[in-house]
Design a protein around this ligand. Structure first.
Ligand SMILES: Nc1ncnc2c1ncn2[C@@H]1O[C@H](COP(=O)(O)OP(=O)(O)OP(=O)(O)O)[C@@H](O)[C@H]1O
Length: 651
């Protein structure tokens, strides 16, 4: 028997107050109002949950997980939000207080509603715990269905014959190589994930995989390969990494790999302007033998559903990415969900034996799990690479990233207390630096930033000289050499304040951080097809000639320089500092990660790990108190979603 909550419309009043204080988005409130309009006042509690499910989407979760909610509502909903003012904290009830007003059993209440689980209802409750807006539930169904079908596509390959190919490509060794295991696995299966941190050899492996597939192809024609990544920048990086790696292969093999240019997923699927529809879909699938997607952790659930639907059943899909990074800004965490448990392998014995034959070396016993196939279907198609080849794991950045990812705080505490002393004892730690400061305006931080951006200012002061393009190239390359990353948006340590400070320090008080001036670094914040710029593209305002208006320099998707008028750019922000979220898919020689003074649920080990692994040569961690760094390391993002769980359908 369901009872009514508190006073009439009490929950709707809470939602309106939350919205008035920017704790909720307009769209979240509208959904609640829509449910009420359709079902009447008695549906207030359901309408409240609808708003929460929509709110979760805004935080990147495809569903509202009622079990997580029951455990820790404030943290799960991030209410109060990180930017909440004192006034709003005073005026609004917390999520926990609001939910305490709902005395009915939550799943029972939702399951009894006409807004949930009936044909074309706006919401779906799955497994009595995950509440979805229907569209996102559909995406999950599509992905799960398509990937599991693809997992069934197993090529009958003789592992002993395959071994000869792999011996030639990887060299024979008495040590197990997970890269080689990944290659063997992907050679036999219609779907494979190769996951691992930066520099663990995902590209190294995939290039050898392409050569393997080509050699074991029945026809002599070249493989039809398509390479893609979620952002323009990630696609450009993928193209150059593949090109570089191909140079290490024998020439006759290289010549067989005809496609080397990565494109954005939007372009791959044929985006049609602002519509959600793509040219390639089930009716018109992409023509390809292999599709490889890099930086797959950034692919959201909607894009992943579009991708799986656009592939013909015979096309092999290979996802590359780092499962431990933050997920996409849009709802998803697809890769993280699919790879859950990948550290332990969980391979069924039959598969492990096949892989061992293709290698000549058995897989470790602890990676074998006889119940693996039933419990972990995607892990039978996943290999995790652990060993960084770029900076070995014991060296600074790799070591720090590893400790944070593993949530090991002992070493971290020592390092935070005495980074310099530890670097003096162990020179391998010289490329990581811990800087504790009292305020973001501190002199030491100012010096760090002024020194870091110094070469950019020098180049700007030199001007274009005789060759504008050479200068432009140098400027864009310099922009990748130093970058400040902030964990949060607002407050004294947030990205907005940091941009104001850095602008002041670099250019003085005659310019303003949010207005145009020569030398302003900017980031595009929304895809803009009219100028062919994507969310996340970085540009630099420059003065080519004092008589001419400012131009904003970008690298186009074909790699060429573009010099656009500022008036053509609509959604952008200053980018001397950017959020760690926005930095995903990029790498900077010297990365400065700034943590705020206060604790917040958004400070997680995934956030720290993602920030730290943006650094390719040097990392500086800037923070107020070591306790905050430790607290963030100890906190994990709770991924919600049901991709990995087999459930009955509700349609
Ligand atoms: N088994 C190996 N033997 C020798 N060199 C290797 C091996 N694996 C990787 N490398 C080298 O290590 C470097 C990093 O590898 P790679 O670029 O493939 O890593 P990645 O995982 O794709 O990195 P990112 O995540 O940054 O894209 C490259 O220079 C590559 O040639």
């Amino acid at each position: 028997m369901l009872r009514r909550t508190g006073g009439p419309m009490q929950l709707m009043t809470i939602l309106r107050t939350w919205y008035a204080h920017k704790w909720l988005r307009a769209i979240d409130l509208s959904l609640a109002q829509y449910v009420l309009e359709k079902l009447g006042e008695s549906a207030e509690e359901v309408a409240f949950f609808a708003a929460l499910a929509s709110h979760q989407l805004g935080h990147g979760h495809p569903c509202l997980d009622l079990q997580h909610l029951r455990r820790n509502a404030n943290a799960v909903l991030q209410l109060p939000p990180e930017h909440a003012s004192h006034e709003s904290r005073h005026a609004c009830l917390s999520a926990e207080q609001a939910l305490a007003l709902i005395t009915n059993d939550w799943p029972e209440l939702l399951a009894a509603s006409a807004a949930v689980n009936v044909a074309s209802s706006p919401m779906v409750l799955s497994a009595n715990r995950r509440l979805y807006l229907r569209r996102y539930w559909r995406y999950e169904q599509i992905i799960r269905h398509d990937l599991l079908a693809r997992c069934q596509n197993i090529t009958a390959l003789d592992p002993v014959v395959l071994k000869q190919t792999l011996d030639a490509l990887f060299g024979s060794s008495s040590q197990l190589s997970w890269q080689r295991v990944a290659c063997a696995m992907a050679a036999r299966s219609g779907f494979t994930i190769i996951t691992g941190g930066p520099g663990t050899g995902k590209t190294y492996t995939v290039v050898r995989l392409l050569a393997t597939l080509q050699q074991h192809r029945e026809q002599q024609t070249p493989l039809r390969i398509r390479l893609a990544a979620p952002t323009g920048k990630a696609a450009a990086r993928m193209t150059s990494s593949i090109e570089k790696e191909l140079q290490n292969l024998p020439e006759d093999l290289v010549d067989t790999i005809t496609e080397r240019q990565a494109v954005t997923l939007h372009r791959l699927l044929g985006s049609s302007g602002h519509s959600r529809e793509f040219r390639h879909n089930r009716r018109n699938p992409l023509l390809a033998d292999v599709v490889i997607v890099d930086e797959a952790s950034m692919v959201d659930i909607e894009m992943m559903a579009a991708l799986t639907q656009a592939l013909a059943p015979a096309t092999r899909l290979i996802l590359l990415g780092d499962k431990d990074q933050l997920a996409s800004v849009e709802a998803g965490a697809v890769l993280g969900q699919l790879c859950e448990g990948a550290e332990q392998g969980h391979y069924q014995r039959e598969l492990a034996d096949w892989l061992a034959q293709s290698h000549g070396i058995p897989l470790p016993e602890d990676s074998i799990d006889d119940a693996g196939a039933a419990r972990w279907p995607y892990l039978q198609h996943t290999v995790m690479l652990h060993e960084s080849r770029r900076f070995d794991a014991e060296r600074g950045i790799g070591k720090l990233a590893h400790e944070i990812n593993a949530q090991q705080t002992q070493w971290l505490e020592r390092w935070l207390a005495d980074a310099r002393g530890m670097a003096a004892e162990n020179p391998a730690l010289a490329n990581i630096n811990a800087m504790s400061i009292n305020s973001s305006g501190s002199r030491r931080f100012r010096e760090l930033v002024s020194e870091g951006y110094g070469p950019l200012l020098q180049l700007l002061a030199q001007g274009p000289g005789t060759d504008v393009d050479v200068w432009g190239e140098q400027l864009l390359q310099q922009l990748e050499r130093f970058q400040v990353l902030a964990a949060v948006r607002s407050g004294d340590w947030g990205v907005e304040r940091l941009n104001q400070l850095i602008t002041l320090w670099l250019f003085g008080d005659t310019v303003s951080a949010d207005k145009w001036f020569a030398g302003r670094a900017v980031m595009i914040t929304q895809n803009d097809y009219s100028v062919d710029l994507r969310n996340g593209d970085i540009g630099l305002a420059v003065q080519l000639d004092p008589q001419q208006p400012l131009r904003v320099l970008f690298r186009g998707s074909n790699g060429r320089l573009r010099w656009l008028l500022p008036s053509r750019l609509t959604h952008l922000e200053t980018a001397f500092a950017m959020t760690i979220h926005k930095s995903q898919g990029s790498e900077f020689s010297h990365t400065v990660v700034v943590l705020p003074e206060h604790d917040s649920p958004i400070l997680t080990k995934e956030l720290l790990y993602t920030g730290i692994t943006r650094a390719s040569e040097q990392l500086t961690l800037v923070y107020r108190s070591a306790e905050r760094v430790i607290a963030a390391t100890q906190r994990r993002i709770e991924r919600s979603g049901g991709l990995t769980i087999a459930e009955e359908r509700h349609e």
